[in-house]
Design a protein around this ligand. Structure first.
Ligand code: CTP
Ligand code: MG
Length: 390
């Protein structure tokens, strides 16, 4: 039970309608497109979940299209107050299904296509609806308004009397469900049929950022809103090791067989991973690997560099960084390594992503052109550039 509304004997269900086709925007359904690393519907779902955890609401019902299998583990939340149900071909069917699953006395109905919902807007509306029964967010019209008559003439309207309606829209659950069941006409928001049925409704100021993604320009605005505060950084890494007899050659975490030499170093001397680690640390503004894993420390003797890079990835993740892309150039006169490039890339990519489809790493191998110590087969060099974001 919701402690904050208990004294009013009201409980609140957040119904997120996400079962539309997104026909006007076209392409991949708008509510399932990614804005940064999160799908559109998840933005308002996360706000609802925060309200649930804080005790302001009592239940979340998400209404999905049949094209998404809601029986998979992705949609099984430990918190049994979070529920998923299929919607229908029309908005009213989707809302009806959500209302039918809800067990609260009151509901907030929100468009999944409005990702920039705020907790403040929900709480303002709950405060009002706790007194009045129903409330909606409205925004003043900013353009001048005309109404089209049957004879094609235009009648100017006073824009101070015109308001645009957003969601969430708050209602008494049973009353709204019976109005929807009795109503045969199509409508674009629940406030319309509520008002047409003669029910009172209160309002509060909407938020301009709470716009609905409907057209391509809306989508571009949403992309801009989620990326404008994004920080992108680049770092560079370099490493060189002597090539000597009596050592294993380990590159990108892979032991190179049938070669009688290896790189000399305190750890496994995996020059590729060392250059990548320094590039990542450089981008994140952290000290280099020599400082983090000093060769004077016995615990790093012959250690696999894969273990070390995992620590660095964890450090960056904790600080909120995502690895966008890594580009590596290995300079080696011998052995010939060109045929191993896909294996190197695959092995490195596994460190940053579970799926091969999402690639984060590129790698090239150059010969030393018989120049300098690399060309004389005395050493290898590796260069890496990493781009990270948060
Ligand atoms: N919606 C729904 N079920 C429907 C239709 C709409 O759950 N049968 C939801 C949409 O997923 C969206 C919200 O209602 O979150 C607002 O509707 P709208 O912007 O019209 O979205 P779509 O119907 O998906 O888009 P379009 O009208 O362009 O096809
Ligand atoms: Mg629609």
């Amino acid at each position: 039970m919701n402690s904050k509304n208990n004294f009013l004997n009201k409980t609140w269900s957040f119904i997120l309608v996400a079962a539309g086709a997104g026909a006007r925007l076209g392409g991949e359904s708008k509510q399932f497109r990614f804005l940064n690393d999160k799908q559109v519907w998840r933005y308002s779902f996360d706000i609802a979940q925060s309200l649930l955890l804080k005790g302001f609401i009592d239940e979340i019902v998400v209404v999905f299209p049949r094209s998404v299998d809601i029986t998979t583990s992705n949609f099984k939340f430990k918190d049994k107050r979070i529920k998923f149900i299929y919607g229908g071909d029309t908005r009213s069917e989707s809302v009806k299904n959500g209302l039918s699953l809800s067990v609260s006395t009151n509901v907030l109905i929100h468009d999944a296509a409005r990702p920039f919902l705020t907790e403040k807007l929900c709480l303002d509306l709950i405060n009002i609806a706790n007194k009045t029964g129903a409330s909606i967010p409205i925004l003043k019209a900013t353009d001048s308004i005309k109404m089209l008559h049957d004879d094609n003439s235009l009648l100017p309207l006073d824009r101070n009397l015109i308001f645009l309606t957003q969601t969430p829209q708050l209602f008494i659950r049973d009353k709204l469900l019976s109005i929807i069941c009795d109503n045969k006409d199509s409508y674009t928001d629940e406030a319309t049929i509520w008002i047409n049925h003669g029910e009172p409704i209160a309002y509060s100021n909407g938020e301009e950022t709470n716009f609905k993604i409907t057209t391509q320009l809306d989508w571009e605005r949403a992309v801009y809103m989620t990326q404008k505060n994004r920080i992108i950084r680049t770092g560079h890494g370099f490493d060189v090791h002597q090539l000597v007899e009596g050592r294993d050659l380990i590159l990108a975490g892979i032991k190179i067989n049938e070669f009688d030499r290896g790189l000399l170093g305190h750890s496994d001397a995996d020059i590729i991973i060392h250059a990548i680690m320094d590039a990542l640390l450089g981008a994140a503004g952290e000290p280099d690997i020599g400082t983090l894993f000093p060769s004077s420390d016995i615990k790093y003797k012959n250690i696999s560099s894969v273990v070390l890079i995992k620590e660095i990835i964890e450090l960056l993740t904790k600080k909120g960084w995502h690895v966008e892309w890594i580009d590596v150039t290995l300079v080696a006169q011998i052995p010939k390594l060109g045929n191993l490039i896909p294996k190197f890339i695959g092995n490195l990519n596994k460190l940053f992503s579970d799926t091969i489809e999402k690639r984060h790493v590129n790698l090239k191998v150059k010969s030393g052109e018989k120049c300098g110590s690399v060309g004389r087969c005395e050493s290898m060099e590796c260069y890496a550039v990493a781009t990270i974001s948060k």
